[in-house]
Design a binder for this molecule. Structure first.
Ligand code: FAD
Length: 453
């Protein structure tokens, strides 16, 4: 598809960091708006998190800052937790295509189907020609030189060279599921068992006949405890969102129990839960999420990560003091990511060309501060700044769409997301294969017709 070029005088030279779903769609939208785009990707293929690898890091907790980093955190059995119809980009349906004999047609397909979809997307829009693979950004900072003030210096490293280049803008799309967060467990330093973070979990085999404690009961915890329960002697899930007395066997399993948080771990190998139960475990698996991490970014303190709040950022995208030259795509979570990445990218592209204006720096700061004050007044910790619960994600998506004069999110997509999200917790073991929203699938495919040839 030919790139569009609106007005060459408004074209900017833009570096996109990362070629995952966010970087791919950012590159497409920036080029559509007439910008010249270079995508710098440290891996050797597109897809980011969706490029599954059996490789893991040598340090199972990923604590060593000098360790060789493995980007993807996917486990072998992973199937999407969002139905494919609502997961895809708005104008490139993640549909089950009739001619796809070799592909995974399931509604919640395995990870390789998502990678195949992203490859189709990259091919359809000729995105690979903008990507430099095996090229890691090691530094991005605003230049000090007055003559080119406002521009960005990007230093990157590939196998044979270190390059320094000047760009008008940098769009950060480096993902946030690679740098683990760990649970703080009293007594853990003298507990003799093994510990691992889900970032380094791939297959259940190493846990055969073991007693395993899984800390965390959100998306990864829900999947991994069941994956391991197939081979382990016992699996005990510790959840902080259950009452302190909880002690129940999870339906469909003889060896899988739910507990509240851990009280402490002891030298004799025992782990005591808040409900008073004691378990002698071989392994503790931390399914406790990830940290935002931008080791390459030097903003002279204008953007910080404080208790997992990346800020200050106007609408989760632009730091007021550095806008529009620096932007972030893909920070929000508990969302349907691809459509949001697409809308954020359209906004960034339009702001960079001047087609859409941002408020003044002071106004953006005030808006951002008002948002943080609101979170604080509601008792929401900083680490949930980019969590978008309930209907806030679609309000946000629609705000972005309005900025860019693009159609709002389809009603069927919103409804499908809510229904699907509730199903994850109500039918954790079966939600991917049992559903009752066929009417929404029909609506989705009616909509898809206009994008599918
Ligand atoms: P990533 O996919 O992480 O891509 C970032 C890219 O940046 C990578 O290619 C990386 O190599 C590159 N990079 C990083 N640092 C540098 C650097 N310094 N220089 C150059 N390149 C760099 N989403 C869904 O929609 N549905 C699901 O079912 C779903 N399940 C998930 C399950 C798990 C276990 C996880 C971890 C995530 C899941 N997600 C799911 C969320 C998923 O992360 C997003 O869908 C999306 O793929 C994130 O894309 P991204 O481009 O922001 O980041």
């Amino acid at each position: 598809m030919a790139p569009s070029n609106r007005d060459p005088t408004n074209s900017r030279h833009v570096a996109v960091i990362g070629a995952g779903a966010a970087g791919l769609v950012a590159a497409r939208e920036l080029r559509r708006e007439g910008h010249s785009v270079v995508v710098l990707e440290r891996g050797s293929q597109i897809g980011g998190v969706w490029a599954y690898t059996s490789q893991v890091e040598p340090d199972p907790l990923s604590l060593d800052p000098t360790r060789p980093v493995v980007h993807s955190s996917l486990y072998k059995s992973l199937r999407t937790n969002i139905p494919r119809e609502c997961m895809g980009f708005t104008d490139f349906p993640f549909a089950t295509r009739p001619h796809d004999g070799s592909r995974d047609p399931r509604r919640h397909p395995g990870h390789s189907e998502v990678l195949a979809y992203l490859r189709d997307f990259a091919k359809e829009f000729d995105i690979e020609e903008m990507i430099r693979f095996d090229t890691e950004v090691v530094k991005a900072e605003q230049v000090a030189d007055e003559e080119i003030s406002g521009k960005w210096r990007v230093e990157s490293r590939s196998s044979d060279a270190v390059a320094e280049e000047i760009y008008d803008a940098v769009v950060v799309c480096n993902g946030h599921y690679t740098e683990p967060r760990h649970a703080l467990v009293s007594g853990i330093d003298s507990w003799p068992g093994k510990q691992i973070h889900s970032h380094n979990y791939r297959v259940p085999d190493p846990f055969k006949d073991q007693v395993v404690i899984v800390i965390g009961s959100s998306a990864s915890g829900v999947d991994i405890c069941r994956d391991i329960a197939k081979v382990a002697k016992e699996v005990h899930v510790s959840s902080r969102s259950t009452s302190s007395e909880t002690y129940e066997k999870l339906p469909g399993y003889d060896n899988l129990w739910l507990h509240p948080t851990i009280e402490n771990a002891r030298e004799d190998g025992s782990v005591v839960f808040q409900n008073g139960k004691t378990v002698y475990a071989d392994t503790i698996m931390h399914c406790t999420g990830y940290k935002y991490y931008f080791p390459f970014l030097d903003t002279k303190g204008e953007v910080t990560v404080d208790d997992n709040r990346v800020g200050p950022l106007y609408k989760h995208v632009f730091p007021p003091a550095l806008a529009p030259g620096l932007s972030f795509i893909g920070l929000p979570w508990q969302i349907t990511p691809f459509p949001m990445f697409e809308l954020q990218s359209k906004w960034v592209a339009a702001v960079l060309s001047g087609r859409v204006s941002l408020p003044s720096q002071d106004e953006m700061m005030e808006d951002t501060k008002a948002f943080y004050d609101k979170l604080e007044a509601s008792g929401i910790p900083k680490r949930y700044t980019h969590l978008m619960p309930d209907d806030s994600q679609f309000e946000y998506d629609n705000w972005l769409a309005d900025q860019c004069d693009y159609p709002r999110i389809e009603k069927w997509r919103e409804e499908m997301f809510y229904i699907g999200f509730k199903r994850i917790y109500a039918q954790s073991a079966t939600y991917r294969d049992n559903w009752d929203d066929d009417h929404l699938i029909v609506e989705a495919y009616d909509d898809f017709v206009k994008f599918m040839s």
